[in-house]
Design a protein around this ligand. Structure first.
Ligand code: NAD
Length: 322
C-alpha cells in the first residue's frame, strides 16, 4: 500500500514532523522560509492525504480540489482558524483541526506583558535609556500608572481569556468580562463580573480582546466602542487584527481619546494601517503572542496528532466540525 502523503506548508518544530515520519508517512515540507504563493500551494498539495498548514495559508475549496480525492485532513497549526473554509471542507468530507490548548498560556503571558508594558511605559523607557538620555533620577520621569486595583475588561472568556484572568488576579486587578456565553463558575471562583460590552468598555482601565475572528467579531471595536472607553484606558489585542477597526484606532490614539493600545495582530497583516507606526501611545509586536519554543513544540505535536488520528480512521479530539 502507498504511504500516506503529508504536505507541511512551512518548517515547524521537528517533534511533530518526527511523529509523522514515525508513522511511515511520506512527509514533504516547504523548504523556503516564506509563505508559499497561491500557485505554489496549488501545485504542492496535489495527491496528498493530509495538509499541515499555517494561519498565513488561505485554505479554501480550490486548494482542497487541487489536492484531490485523497485529502482527508487540513490540520491548522494555530488556534484561530479564520484562514480555513470549514464549510468547503465539510462539504468534501475533509476533516479540519486546530491546535487549542497548545498556546493558551503563552498568549495569556504575552497579553499580560503588553498590559504591564503599557501601564509602565517600558518600551518608551527602554528607547530613552538606550539613546543615552537618562541623566539622573526625576520624580516624574516616565510616570506610569498602577496596575493593581484597576479594572480589566476581558472580551471573550474562552481558554485564553480565562488564563489572562487567572494571571490578572495575581496582579491585583478586578475582572469584568463579556462573552456570548456566560460563565457562572468563573464568576463564583474568580469574582469576575459579567457585563455587556458597552458597560465593560465604560468601566475598564484595560480592555483585552480574546474572541475568535468571525463575521460577528469583525470590527467588534470601532469608532463607537473606542468612544465609550475611558480617556485613561488601554486596549490590548492578541486575538485577530480585524477584530479592531484599525483606522478608527489610529484616529482615537491620535486625538488621545484613549491613553494607549498594545497590539500583536493587525487588520491587514502583515501591513500596518497608515499612521499606526508613527504613534507613540501604542506598542506593536509582530504576531508573536504564542511564539515560545515550548508552545511551538506543543503546537507541532498537536497538529501531528490530529493528522495521525484522522489517517488512522479516528475522529481527532480537535475536530473543528460541529
Ligand atoms: P476560545 O474559543 O477558547 O475562546 C473564545 C471565546 O470568545 C469563547 O468563550 C467564545 O464564546 C467567545 N466569543 C465568541 N464571540 C464572541 C463575541 N461576539 N463577544 C464576546 N465573546 C465572544 O479561543 P481561545 O483559545 O481563547 O483563542 C481566542 C483567539 O485568540 C483565537 O481564536 C485566535 O484567533 C487568537 N489567538 C491568537 C494568537 C496570537 O498569536 N496572537 C495565538 C493563539 C490564539
Amino acid at each position: 500500500m502507498a504511504k500516506p502523503k503529508v504536505y507541511v506548508t512551512r518548517m515547524i518544530c521537528d517533534n511533530g514532523i518526527k511523529m509523522l515520519k514515525d508513522q511511515g508517512y511520506d512527509v514533504k515540507i516547504n523548504p523556503l522560509d516564506r509563505v508559499l504563493t497561491r500557485k505554489e500551494l496549488l501545485k504542492n498539495v496535489k495527491g496528498i492525504d493530509a495538509l499541515l498548514c499555517l494561519l498565513t495559508d488561505k485554505i479554501d475549496g480550490e486548494i482542497m480540489d487541487a489536492a484531490g480525492k485523497n485529502l482527508k485532513i487540513v490540520a491548522n497549526f494555530a488556534v484561530g482558524f479564520d484562514n480555513l473554509d470549514l464549510e468547503a471542507a465539510k462539504k468534501r468530507g475533509i476533516m479540519a483541526t486546530n491546535t487549542p490548548q497548545g498556546s493558551t498560556e503563552a498568549v495569556a503571558e504575552h497579553a499580560m506583558g503588553l498590559l504591564l508594558a503599557s501601564a509602565r511605559r517600558i518600551v518608551e523607557a527602554d528607547k530613552f535609556t538606550r539613546a543615552n538620555k537618562y541623566k539622573g533620577w526625576k520624580p516624574f520621569l516616565f510616570i506610569g500608572e498602577d496596575v493593581h486595583d484597576k479594572t480589566l475588561g476581558i472580551i471573550g472568556l474562552g481558554r485564553i481569556g480565562f488564563a489572562v484572568a487567572a494571571r490578572a488576579l495575581c496582579f491585583g486587578l478586578k475582572i469584568v468580562y463579556h462573552d456570548v456565553v456566560r460563565n457562572p463558575e468563573f464568576e463564583a471562583k474568580f469574582g469576575g463580573k459579567f457585563m455587556e460590552t458597552s458597560d465593560l468598555l465604560k468601566q475598564s482601565d484595560f480592555v483585552t480582546l480574546h474572541v475568535p475572528l468571525m463575521p460577528s467579531t469583525r470590527h467588534l471595536i470601532g469608532k463607537k466602542e473606542l468612544a465609550l472607553m475611558k480617556k485613561s484606558a488601554y486596549l490590548i489585542n492578541t486575538s485577530r487584527g480585524p477584530v479592531i477597526d484599525e483606522k478608527a484606532l489610529v484616529a482615537a490614539l491620535k486625538k488621545k481619546q484613549i491613553a494607549g493600545a498594545a497590539i500583536d495582530v493587525y487588520e491587514f497583516e502583515p501591513k500596518l494601517s497608515p499612521g499606526l507606526a508613527k504613534l507613540s501611545n501604542i506598542i506593536l509586536t509582530p504576531h508573536i503572542a504564542s511564539a515560545t519554543i515550548e508552545t511551538r513544540r506543543k503546537m507541532s505535536e498537536i497538529a501531528a496528532q490530529n493528522i495521525i488520528e484522522t489517517l488512522s480512521g479516528k475522529t481527532p479530539v480537535h475536530s473543528l466540525h460541529k
